[in-house]
Design a binder for this molecule. Structure first.
Ligand SMILES: Nc1ncnc2c1ncn2[C@@H]1O[C@H](COP(=O)(O)OP(=O)(O)OP(=O)(O)O)[C@@H](O)[C@H]1O
Length: 238
Protein backbone atom coordinates (compact mmCIF):
# COMPACT_ATOMS: atom_id res chain seq x y z
CA UNK A 1 0.00 0.00 0.00
CA UNK A 2 1.30 3.53 -0.81
CA UNK A 3 1.98 5.98 1.98
CA UNK A 4 1.65 9.75 1.93
CA UNK A 5 5.05 11.44 2.01
CA UNK A 6 3.57 14.95 2.04
CA UNK A 7 0.32 15.80 3.80
CA UNK A 8 -1.22 19.28 3.79
CA UNK A 9 -4.25 19.99 5.95
CA UNK A 10 -6.50 23.06 6.10
CA UNK A 11 -3.73 25.30 4.86
CA UNK A 12 -4.27 29.04 4.54
CA UNK A 13 -1.68 31.45 3.13
CA UNK A 14 -1.23 34.68 1.24
CA UNK A 15 0.66 37.94 1.26
CA UNK A 16 0.47 40.37 4.16
CA UNK A 17 -3.08 40.06 5.41
CA UNK A 18 -4.49 39.03 2.04
CA UNK A 19 -5.56 35.40 1.96
CA UNK A 20 -4.82 33.78 -1.43
CA UNK A 21 -5.02 30.03 -0.70
CA UNK A 22 -7.54 28.65 1.75
CA UNK A 23 -8.87 25.31 2.99
CA UNK A 24 -6.15 23.44 1.12
CA UNK A 25 -5.87 19.77 2.00
CA UNK A 26 -3.93 17.35 -0.16
CA UNK A 27 -1.50 14.49 0.04
CA UNK A 28 1.30 13.30 -2.20
CA UNK A 29 2.08 9.62 -2.09
CA UNK A 30 5.62 8.26 -2.13
CA UNK A 31 6.79 7.49 -5.65
CA UNK A 32 4.02 9.40 -7.40
CA UNK A 33 3.68 12.58 -9.47
CA UNK A 34 0.88 15.01 -8.60
CA UNK A 35 0.18 17.82 -11.06
CA UNK A 36 -1.63 21.01 -10.04
CA UNK A 37 -3.41 22.87 -12.83
CA UNK A 38 -5.76 25.85 -12.91
CA UNK A 39 -6.26 29.29 -14.43
CA UNK A 40 -3.86 32.22 -14.03
CA UNK A 41 -4.04 33.72 -10.58
CA UNK A 42 -5.65 30.62 -9.02
CA UNK A 43 -2.95 30.55 -6.35
CA UNK A 44 -0.92 27.57 -7.61
CA UNK A 45 2.50 29.21 -7.16
CA UNK A 46 1.44 30.68 -3.82
CA UNK A 47 0.48 27.22 -2.61
CA UNK A 48 3.82 25.74 -3.70
CA UNK A 49 5.73 28.61 -2.06
CA UNK A 50 3.84 28.03 1.18
CA UNK A 51 4.54 24.30 1.19
CA UNK A 52 8.21 25.06 0.46
CA UNK A 53 8.32 27.52 3.38
CA UNK A 54 9.19 30.49 1.17
CA UNK A 55 6.13 32.31 2.51
CA UNK A 56 4.66 31.47 5.92
CA UNK A 57 1.44 29.52 6.39
CA UNK A 58 -1.25 31.61 8.11
CA UNK A 59 -2.76 28.44 9.52
CA UNK A 60 -2.94 24.72 8.86
CA UNK A 61 -0.47 21.88 8.77
CA UNK A 62 2.25 20.67 6.38
CA UNK A 63 3.79 17.30 7.20
CA UNK A 64 6.64 15.36 5.61
CA UNK A 65 6.44 11.67 6.52
CA UNK A 66 4.38 12.67 9.55
CA UNK A 67 6.66 15.48 10.84
CA UNK A 68 5.25 19.00 10.97
CA UNK A 69 7.27 21.48 8.87
CA UNK A 70 4.95 24.52 8.71
CA UNK A 71 6.85 27.47 10.24
CA UNK A 72 10.13 25.52 10.37
CA UNK A 73 13.27 27.31 9.11
CA UNK A 74 14.39 26.45 5.53
CA UNK A 75 17.31 24.26 6.67
CA UNK A 76 14.90 22.16 8.72
CA UNK A 77 12.50 21.87 5.78
CA UNK A 78 15.38 20.79 3.51
CA UNK A 79 16.60 18.24 6.08
CA UNK A 80 13.11 16.81 6.34
CA UNK A 81 13.43 15.74 2.71
CA UNK A 82 11.76 18.44 0.65
CA UNK A 83 13.33 20.44 -2.18
CA UNK A 84 11.78 23.21 -4.27
CA UNK A 85 12.52 24.48 -7.76
CA UNK A 86 10.98 27.95 -8.17
CA UNK A 87 9.75 29.12 -11.55
CA UNK A 88 12.20 32.01 -11.81
CA UNK A 89 15.63 32.90 -10.49
CA UNK A 90 16.30 29.24 -9.76
CA UNK A 91 20.04 29.24 -10.55
CA UNK A 92 22.98 31.58 -9.82
CA UNK A 93 23.75 32.93 -13.28
CA UNK A 94 27.28 34.07 -12.49
CA UNK A 95 28.25 30.63 -11.15
CA UNK A 96 29.13 27.58 -13.25
CA UNK A 97 26.97 24.45 -13.36
CA UNK A 98 29.49 22.76 -11.05
CA UNK A 99 29.32 25.63 -8.54
CA UNK A 100 25.53 25.82 -8.73
CA UNK A 101 25.30 22.13 -7.83
CA UNK A 102 27.56 22.74 -4.82
CA UNK A 103 25.22 25.55 -3.74
CA UNK A 104 22.29 23.15 -4.07
CA UNK A 105 23.90 20.84 -1.53
CA UNK A 106 24.34 23.62 1.03
CA UNK A 107 22.99 21.69 4.02
CA UNK A 108 25.76 19.10 4.03
CA UNK A 109 29.12 19.87 2.38
CA UNK A 110 30.38 16.33 2.91
CA UNK A 111 27.71 15.17 0.43
CA UNK A 112 28.71 17.63 -2.31
CA UNK A 113 31.02 15.35 -4.27
CA UNK A 114 28.95 12.13 -4.21
CA UNK A 115 25.77 14.16 -4.73
CA UNK A 116 27.23 15.91 -7.75
CA UNK A 117 28.49 12.63 -9.22
CA UNK A 118 24.96 11.26 -8.92
CA UNK A 119 23.45 14.31 -10.62
CA UNK A 120 25.99 14.06 -13.49
CA UNK A 121 25.14 10.39 -13.84
CA UNK A 122 21.46 11.26 -14.14
CA UNK A 123 22.03 14.23 -16.45
CA UNK A 124 25.16 13.47 -18.55
CA UNK A 125 24.58 16.69 -20.54
CA UNK A 126 25.26 18.69 -17.39
CA UNK A 127 28.71 17.18 -17.02
CA UNK A 128 29.84 18.66 -20.32
CA UNK A 129 28.50 22.03 -19.13
CA UNK A 130 30.16 21.80 -15.72
CA UNK A 131 32.43 24.83 -16.20
CA UNK A 132 29.94 27.01 -18.08
CA UNK A 133 28.35 29.92 -16.18
CA UNK A 134 24.63 29.26 -15.83
CA UNK A 135 23.91 32.67 -17.37
CA UNK A 136 25.37 31.39 -20.66
CA UNK A 137 23.16 28.28 -20.80
CA UNK A 138 19.88 27.88 -22.73
CA UNK A 139 16.61 27.99 -20.81
CA UNK A 140 16.31 24.20 -20.92
CA UNK A 141 19.87 23.68 -19.73
CA UNK A 142 19.36 26.17 -16.89
CA UNK A 143 16.20 24.35 -15.86
CA UNK A 144 18.24 21.12 -15.78
CA UNK A 145 20.81 22.81 -13.48
CA UNK A 146 17.97 23.97 -11.21
CA UNK A 147 16.69 20.38 -11.06
CA UNK A 148 20.19 19.14 -10.28
CA UNK A 149 20.57 21.68 -7.46
CA UNK A 150 17.34 20.45 -5.88
CA UNK A 151 18.43 16.81 -6.23
CA UNK A 152 21.65 17.60 -4.33
CA UNK A 153 19.43 17.65 -1.22
CA UNK A 154 18.47 14.01 -1.95
CA UNK A 155 14.82 14.93 -1.44
CA UNK A 156 11.96 12.53 -0.82
CA UNK A 157 9.58 15.03 -2.33
CA UNK A 158 10.33 17.64 -4.97
CA UNK A 159 8.19 20.73 -5.59
CA UNK A 160 8.38 22.03 -9.16
CA UNK A 161 6.83 25.34 -10.21
CA UNK A 162 6.08 25.24 -13.94
CA UNK A 163 9.18 23.33 -15.06
CA UNK A 164 8.22 23.79 -18.73
CA UNK A 165 7.76 27.58 -18.57
CA UNK A 166 9.60 29.45 -21.29
CA UNK A 167 10.94 26.32 -23.02
CA UNK A 168 10.65 25.49 -26.72
CA UNK A 169 8.19 22.67 -27.61
CA UNK A 170 11.12 20.27 -28.11
CA UNK A 171 12.61 21.17 -24.73
CA UNK A 172 9.21 20.85 -23.05
CA UNK A 173 9.12 17.16 -24.04
CA UNK A 174 12.64 16.63 -22.71
CA UNK A 175 11.77 18.42 -19.48
CA UNK A 176 8.78 16.16 -18.86
CA UNK A 177 10.97 13.11 -19.59
CA UNK A 178 13.36 14.44 -16.95
CA UNK A 179 10.54 14.87 -14.43
CA UNK A 180 9.49 11.28 -15.10
CA UNK A 181 13.07 9.98 -14.69
CA UNK A 182 13.53 11.82 -11.42
CA UNK A 183 10.25 10.34 -10.20
CA UNK A 184 11.29 6.85 -11.30
CA UNK A 185 14.45 7.26 -9.23
CA UNK A 186 12.15 7.28 -6.18
CA UNK A 187 11.34 10.98 -5.66
CA UNK A 188 7.69 12.00 -5.18
CA UNK A 189 6.82 15.12 -7.17
CA UNK A 190 4.29 17.90 -6.64
CA UNK A 191 4.32 20.05 -9.74
CA UNK A 192 2.43 23.12 -10.92
CA UNK A 193 2.00 23.16 -14.70
CA UNK A 194 0.48 25.68 -17.10
CA UNK A 195 0.98 23.05 -19.77
CA UNK A 196 -1.93 21.09 -18.32
CA UNK A 197 -2.27 18.27 -20.86
CA UNK A 198 1.38 17.26 -20.85
CA UNK A 199 1.61 17.74 -17.10
CA UNK A 200 -1.37 15.49 -16.43
CA UNK A 201 -0.13 12.90 -18.93
CA UNK A 202 3.00 12.19 -16.90
CA UNK A 203 1.23 12.56 -13.54
CA UNK A 204 -0.48 9.89 -11.48
CA UNK A 205 -2.72 12.33 -9.62
CA UNK A 206 -4.15 15.70 -10.56
CA UNK A 207 -5.45 18.72 -8.66
CA UNK A 208 -7.47 21.55 -10.17
CA UNK A 209 -7.17 24.86 -8.31
CA UNK A 210 -9.53 27.79 -8.75
CA UNK A 211 -9.77 31.00 -6.71
CA UNK A 212 -7.29 29.76 -4.12
CA UNK A 213 -9.13 26.51 -3.37
CA UNK A 214 -8.95 22.94 -4.57
CA UNK A 215 -11.80 22.46 -7.03
CA UNK A 216 -10.99 18.85 -7.99
CA UNK A 217 -8.58 16.16 -6.83
CA UNK A 218 -8.60 12.94 -8.85
CA UNK A 219 -6.42 10.48 -10.77
CA UNK A 220 -4.70 12.44 -13.57
CA UNK A 221 -6.19 10.15 -16.24
CA UNK A 222 -9.67 10.96 -14.94
CA UNK A 223 -9.05 14.72 -15.16
CA UNK A 224 -7.73 14.31 -18.70
CA UNK A 225 -10.99 12.59 -19.65
CA UNK A 226 -13.25 15.00 -17.78
CA UNK A 227 -15.35 17.18 -20.08
CA UNK A 228 -15.55 20.02 -17.53
CA UNK A 229 -11.80 20.08 -16.99
CA UNK A 230 -11.18 19.82 -20.69
CA UNK A 231 -13.43 22.76 -21.56
CA UNK A 232 -12.19 24.96 -18.75
CA UNK A 233 -8.49 24.25 -18.52
CA UNK A 234 -7.04 21.94 -21.12
CA UNK A 235 -7.73 23.83 -24.35
CA UNK A 236 -6.78 21.94 -27.48
CA UNK A 237 -5.41 18.44 -27.02
CA UNK A 238 -2.76 18.61 -29.69
N1 LIG B 1 4.33 38.61 -4.00
C1 LIG B 1 3.01 38.84 -4.05
N2 LIG B 1 2.41 39.82 -3.33
C2 LIG B 1 1.09 40.04 -3.36
N3 LIG B 1 0.23 39.31 -4.13
C3 LIG B 1 0.75 38.33 -4.89
C4 LIG B 1 2.16 38.05 -4.89
N4 LIG B 1 2.37 37.01 -5.75
C5 LIG B 1 1.17 36.66 -6.24
N5 LIG B 1 0.20 37.46 -5.72
C6 LIG B 1 -1.23 37.37 -6.03
O1 LIG B 1 -1.69 36.10 -5.61
C7 LIG B 1 -2.69 35.61 -6.52
C8 LIG B 1 -2.32 34.20 -6.94
O2 LIG B 1 -1.09 34.25 -7.67
P1 LIG B 1 -0.26 32.94 -8.03
O3 LIG B 1 0.97 33.39 -8.74
O4 LIG B 1 -0.14 32.10 -6.84
O5 LIG B 1 -1.27 32.26 -9.04
P2 LIG B 1 -0.97 31.10 -10.10
O6 LIG B 1 -2.16 30.20 -10.06
O7 LIG B 1 0.35 30.51 -9.84
O8 LIG B 1 -0.98 31.92 -11.44
P3 LIG B 1 -0.05 31.82 -12.74
O9 LIG B 1 -0.48 30.57 -13.44
O10 LIG B 1 -0.41 33.07 -13.49
O11 LIG B 1 1.38 31.80 -12.27
C9 LIG B 1 -2.77 36.61 -7.66
O12 LIG B 1 -3.90 37.43 -7.43
C10 LIG B 1 -1.50 37.40 -7.53
O13 LIG B 1 -1.68 38.71 -7.96
Amino acid sequence: MSEAILTVKDLRSGYGRTVICDEISLSVEAGRITCIIGPNGAGKSTLLKTIAGVIPAMSGSIRIAGSEIASQPPAQVARSGMAYVPQEANVFRALTTHENLAMGGWIDESRTRPGRDKVYEMFPDLKSLAQVPAGNLSGGQRQMVAFGMALMLEPRVLLLDEPSAGLSPLMVGQMFDTVRRVNESGVAILMVEQNAVQGLRIAHDGIVMASGRIAMNAPAAELLESKDVSELYLGSRT
